[in-house]
Design a protein around this ligand. Structure first.
Ligand SMILES: *[C@@H]1O[C@H](CO)[C@@H](O)[C@H](O)[C@H]1NC(C)=O
Ligand SMILES: *[C@@H]1O[C@H](CO)[C@@H](O)[C@H](O)[C@H]1NC(C)=O
Ligand SMILES: *[C@@H]1O[C@H](CO)[C@@H](O)[C@H](O)[C@H]1NC(C)=O
Ligand SMILES: *[C@@H]1O[C@H](CO)[C@@H](O)[C@H](O)[C@H]1NC(C)=O
Ligand SMILES: *[C@@H]1O[C@H](CO)[C@@H](O)[C@H](O)[C@H]1NC(C)=O
Ligand SMILES: *[C@@H]1O[C@H](CO)[C@@H](O)[C@H](O)[C@H]1NC(C)=O
Length: 420
């Protein structure tokens, strides 16, 4: 103590100065975030609404809900301007009721975003640009949600879905998941089958953002090779910083740069530090790395809140984004780059996807069907086989005269059976 005594008169002003600098930085963070409101790529609140409330919105106040990482008050505190809400259903629903469950998740997102005046459902980049509210975008997580049907994909677009990841942690019959890379698709030696390539083309044509989070590297490479529009990783971090299969290796970062696409950094500690515990500094390392390899134009934010358990100290919920921006500011990220990361990179990608849609507007929808042997499972009716012999179904192949006799017989039979 005695040693420091002579320095007190110097130390005290230094301390004052440093607290002032920190205060100035916080003010700067708010300024930046208010002028470039965050667009986050991935949030699984809808999954938690299913889990805790069976999608009963009457049972929950989304302003203050605190079982989750996400509520409206926290979104506002975090300066969130738009959220891509994930309509995710478990891989165990594949080949079962995945399509219905996905419809129910889209439904709950739509109801949530119309019930609360703080939200506004949008389906275009212009919609995000215009609203002063928290813009709601709908995405699908995992190609199993379309049950290998381009018609289902198109109808999801009609419902407002603007992004889909090709897989979750399971292969689809047409694309490979990173989680199962050691268990390659047995029936097709293809990271993206012919039908999978058609899904990519159809998403380009529709104007749906292709999301590569969860897909295997080979699948991602093939997509980046054929897609006419930029693609995104909606919630993945840098493999060089944490060697997890959900993260993006440098080779793909370079391809994303060429594609003008985007990697939206996931905050889950397991992907940030490959450990249970993590911190903001480690998260910022991912931003630095992706910027180094792919440029700041390809960096975004996809927190994955409510999709994982275990977030870094200081980034526990959606109110905490400013702490990250503060750290990046401390690391000398220029204001212009931070605004791009927060908002403008995503808007650029979304606009390009819309532009490709416009360019392809004269191409009609694809009528390709997946080969039946690729989806031969007990829950799929094979409409190509002769129908069960119900009589009625034959009418299209019978000559007209027989058809009339057939109808008369059916009429008589129904009078006998039903009574009129
Ligand atoms: C939904 O929640 C409300 C409020 O808790 C409850 O009154 C209602 O019965 C619930 N509806 C269903 C179908 O469970
Ligand atoms: C969470 O919400 C419940 C019910 O609304 C309330 O009783 C509880 O105190 C809240 N907990 C915290 C930590 O805010
Ligand atoms: C976004 O909105 C601002 C004004 O609110 C406008 O100046 C700008 O042109 C818009 N950009 C696009 C691409 O719509
Ligand atoms: C299987 O896929 C690999 C990697 O895409 C390729 O190199 C190989 O030629 C393929 N084999 C067959 C039989 O298609
Ligand atoms: C990318 O496309 C080129 C040209 O069509 C082809 O030669 C190459 O094999 C493709 N690479 C992958 C990974 O699909
Ligand atoms: C953050 O975590 C990393 C390991 O992931 C550790 O090396 C570092 O010391 C931590 N930093 C702080 C400020 O806690």
């Amino acid at each position: 103590m005695g040693f420091w005594a002579p320095f007190y008169p110097v130390l005290f002003p230094l301390l004052l100065l440093s607290t002032r600098l920190v205060a100035q930085r916080s003010k700067k963070v708010i300024e930046i975030m208010e002028s470039a409101r965050l667009i986050d790529g991935h949030n699984d609140l809808a999954l938690q609404l299913r889990r805790y409330f069976n999608n009963n919105l009457t049972a929950v106040d989304l302003k203050t809900l605190n079982k989750t990482n996400t509520n409206i008050n926290k979104l506002k505190e975090g300066n969130v301007g738009a959220q891509m809400w994930s309509s995710f259903v478990l891989c165990s629903a594949q080949h079962k009721d995945a399509v219905r469950l996905t419809l129910e998740q889209i439904d709950v997102i739509k109801r949530m975003c119309t019930k609360y005046p703080d939200f506004e459902l949008v389906t275009t980049s212009e919609g995000i640009n215009k609203t002063k509210k928290i813009a709601c975008l709908i995405s699908i997580e995992g190609g199993h949600s379309i049950d290998s049907s381009l018609a289902a994909l198109r109808m999801f677009y009609e419902l407002g879905v603007r992004s889909m990841s090709l897989t979750h942690d399971c292969h689809t019959p047409w694309a490979e998941s990173a989680a199962e890379k050691h268990n390659r698709q047995s029936h097709r030696n293809a990271s993206l089958s012919k039908f999978g390539q058609e899904v990519v083309k159809e998403m380009n044509r529709l104007g749906m953002i292709i999301d590569l989070s969860h897909t295997s590297s080979n699948t991602a490479k093939m997509v980046l090779n054929i897609s006419r529009a930029p693609a995104i990783f909606s919630h993945s971090s840098a493999y060089a910083i944490c060697q997890h299969h959900r993260n993006v290796p440098d080779e793909l970062l370079k391809m994303i740069k060429k594609n003008n696409g985007l990697v939206m950094v996931n905050f889950y500690s397991g992907f940030v530090s490959c450990q249970k515990l993590s911190n903001i500094s480690r998260v910022a390392d991912h931003f630095d790395h992706i910027k180094k390899i792919a440029g700041y134009e390809s960096v975004g934010i996809g927190g994955d809140y409510d999709g994982a358990t275990g977030f870094p100290q200081g980034l526990e919920d959606v109110s905490k984004y400013p702490a990250l921006i503060e750290e990046l500011l401390r690391r000398k990220w220029p204001e212009k780059e931070l605004k791009a990361v927060l908002r403008y990179n995503f808007l650029r990608v979304f606009r390009s996807v819309e532009k490709v849609k416009e360019q392809l507007k004269d191409i009609s929808s694809s009528e390709m069907e997946i080969p039946f042997e690729d989806v031969n499972n007990p829950c799929r009716l094979n409409l190509k086989k002769p129908f069960p012999n119900l009589g009625l179904s034959l009418s299209k192949t019978m000559p007209p005269a027989l058809n009339i006799i057939h109808t008369v017989i059916l009429y008589i039979v129904s009078i006998i059976l039903i009574g009129y």
